[in-house]
Design a protein. Structure first.
Length: 112
């Protein structure tokens, strides 16, 4: 391997490392931008999502009704159990957050 090849590989490796280091901040900026955009256009986004979902469900039921019914019979108990578990987890998280907020409020009020 020649010296120039080594420097080229080293430079590319360094650049790749820099890009990986900058990736989380870049992704955070993009997600924040997208979040703000969705907040500003939430009515249109919600309506579009509902139209697309209803259209997809209608087409699925129109052309694959038997398959949808068979899959629903198979996965209904699993989906029920998962929804109960997920609801319990989210309820617990909400309860913990409420307790933390109350604790922090009393802590802040106690400070002079």
């Amino acid at each position: 391997m020649s010296w120039l090849n080594f420097l080229d590989v080293r430079a590319r490796t360094w650049r790749a490392a820099q890009l990986l280091k900058e990736a989380p901040a870049f992704a955070r900026r993009r997600l924040t931008t997208a979040d703000v955009w969705v907040q500003d256009h939430h009515v249109g986004v919600g309506a579009t999502v509902l139209v697309v979902l209803c259209t997809a469900a209608g087409l699925l039921l129109r052309f694959r009704m038997d398959q949808v019914i068979e899959l629903a019979r198979q996965f209904a108990p699993v989906c029920t159990i998962l929804s109960i578990a997920i609801t319990a987890v989210f309820g617990s998280i909400k309860w913990v957050r409420k307790r933390k907020k109350a604790r922090l409020a009393t802590t802040e009020a106690a400070r002079p």
